[in-house]
Design a protein around this ligand. Structure first.
Ligand code: TXA
Ligand code: MG
Length: 529
């Protein structure tokens, strides 16, 4: 088949005409490229399944350009639908409703329900407008392989199989839409995406993940969404998801030199293996945007075995995890020792929380104490400090702390210099303590570390827990604990990162206002991960 390549700015009328006439056109959207056909034309829809090699019981999403279009195709529309569309449409949220008879069974995969989405992409909206009908569009890839997020991906999979491809920019979100059904009580997320559970909860507090999102559905089990049971998002390479700390991950790769690393940006430097990065650490949106491109790249480079860094499983991170774990066929490596990084701003009540962990069998390493211990300041460390701050910080072979503090805290630059010089030695002292605990047989460790990220000690952690409290509570705690004025306390609070810095990086957040501190739920979740 001759496949036309259409331009986004001049050829969208042609795209509309092809769709009107029952043809297939690949179109860009803000999530992934879609393979579009007239959703009301059963023959055209059948051709989608053929072009993709998709099982015919896996229903398609119907793309619309108005809520009114949905009203013409669905029945028993609940009020929640209007609340959700007001908040999230146009955008990457697909909503499942009961269908009426206008939607052919080919489109709904034989189900009585049908999925609707109004894309945000102006190109996609204009194509729907030009075609003057609802558009069925699954992702424009061969069934089973990673979804396409660039024109080149679509071209590689679909050229010669369909009538046209609209050449657009790379997709903004990079993962398929969130699929939510309003046909169950409570409403359920069947596929996580860039509209997160946490955001939907603000409108529909009862919403939850379907079991199939978080657990592996066996072949003989009933699924809520046919898409859950098929092999998905898989490159040719064998992928194994590592739930180890960065430190453990580096050791893993160094012990298997032929394997490729699928890591976060900037981590490539740690291994001699080939490495492909798929986004920034602690930034799920960046990982979402890059994951499928990275999976495509693995195939281009012909890798056989790949160890992937595991994303955080909250907000958009859950969508990244969902795709990655499926691309790995649920194959993962879990750590033998759990190392929790406990962090947060001053006065938030970390010590209180750390005591709770201790009661639950965790060996606690007080990282603040490590920064003050003599054994941290090795001969090498002292020599480095002397090179940076001058001979007079050493007195009779040992550190003159008062002198060092005077110099290091005299300016911001000097404080940075101090941290850069000392942090590697602190990390190595923490490492020694971790090894000693592991050798003693304890497999649960807590790093109580106010400067977890500054010191790069997050590299040891399998999980991160942030402790947060409101400013008044923190002020009260600081004033009663440290002998300083209110102004000094404010200065100290303001010189630190804000709450968002910590909560963005944490797997779990504890709001510690002091009363009824109960972390049993988090402890039990950590036990199952
Ligand atoms: O972002 C997206 O949603 C992209 C772009 C092109 O819009 N489309 C997309 O479609 O990802 P597709 O066909 O690859 O995925 C649709 C998913 C499948 O997992 C399917 O099983 C599920 O939605 N689905 C569709 N209708 C359903 C229904 N009535 N009940 C349960 N699951 C349904
Ligand atoms: Mg798909």
């Amino acid at each position: 088949m001759n496949t036309l390549i259409l331009k986004e700015n001049s050829d969208l009328i042609i795209a509309g005409e092809i769709l009107k006439n029952g043809g297939l056109v690949a179109i860009p959207t803000e999530t992934v490229y879609g393979l579009a056909a007239n959703a009301l034309n059963p023959v055209a829809v059948k051709n989608i399944y053929k072009a993709k090699g998709r099982p015919s019981d896996n229903p398609l999403i119907v793309h619309v350009n108005s809520v009114k279009m949905v009203e013409e195709l669905a029945t028993d529309i609940p009020n929640e639908f209007y609340k959700l569309t007001k908040a999230f449409w146009p955008g990457p949220l697909t909503i499942i409703l009961n269908k009426n008879n206008i939607i052919p069974k080919e489109t709904s995969g034989g189900l009585d329900t049908v999925a609707f989405r109004m894309p945000e992409s102006t190109t996609a909206l204009e194509i729907i407008e030009n075609a003057n009908c609802p558009i069925a569009a699954p992702s424009a890839n061969i069934s089973g392989s990673p979804s396409p997020t660039t024109f080149k991906h679509v071209y590689n999979d679909m050229f010669g199989r369909i009538d046209a491809i609209v050449k657009g920019d790379d997709c903004e979100f990079g993962l398929e839409s969130t699929v939510l059904t309003l046909c169950t009580n409570p409403p359920k997320i069947l596929r996580p995406g860039c509209v997160s559970l946490e955001e939907i909860k603000e409108i529909l507090p009862s919403v939850e993940y379907d079991d199939g999102v978080t657990t592996h559905i066996e072949d003989n089990q009933k699924v809520s969404s046919p898409g859950m049971k098929y092999r998905h998002y898989s490159p040719n390479a064998e992928i194994i998801v590592s739930k180890l700390s960065l430190e453990g991950y580096i050791k893993l790769l160094n012990s298997d030199k032929d394997a490729c690393a699928l890591c976060f940006d900037g981590e490539e430097q740690y291994f001699c293996n080939k490495a492909i990065a798929y986004g920034k650490i602690y930034n799920s949106k960046s990982q979402a945007r890059n994951l499928f491109s990275a999976l495509h790249k693995l195939d281009e480079l012909g890798f056989k075995k790949v160890y992937a860094r595991c994303p955080m499983k909250k907000n958009v991170g859950m969508a990244v995890y969902n795709r990655l774990i499926r691309s790995a066929g649920f194959h993962e490596i879990t750590p033998e020792v759990q190392i929790i990084g406990l962090t947060g701003p001053t006065g938030a009540g970390k010590t209180m929380v750390s005591k709770e962990f201790e009661k639950n069998g965790y060996a606690v390493i007080d990282c603040d104490k490590v920064t003050r211990e003599n054994e941290t300041y090795t001969i090498n460390c002292l020599n480095r400090l002397r090179d940076v701050f001058g001979n007079d910080i050493i007195e009779n072979g040992s550190l003159n702390r008062r002198k060092l503090a005077e110099k290091a805290f005299s300016s911001k630059e000097n404080t940075i210099k101090l941290n850069e010089t000392v942090f590697p030695y602190i990390v190595s002292a923490i490492n020694n303590k971790i090894e000693a605990i592991v050798n003693s047989g304890n497999k649960k460790i807590l790093l109580d570390a106010p400067t977890l990220f500054e010191a790069n000690a997050d590299r040891f952690c399998t999980h991160i827990v942030a402790v947060i409290a409101d400013k008044q509570t923190r002020l009260k705690r600081i004033l009663s604990r440290d002998n300083i004025t209110e102004i000094m306390a404010y200065d100290r609070m303001n010189s630190q990162y804000n709450d968002k810095f910590y909560t963005d990086r944490a797997d779990y957040v504890i709001y510690n206002q002091g009363d009824n501190l109960d972390i049993s739920e988090i402890i039990s979740k950590l036990g199952t991960e």
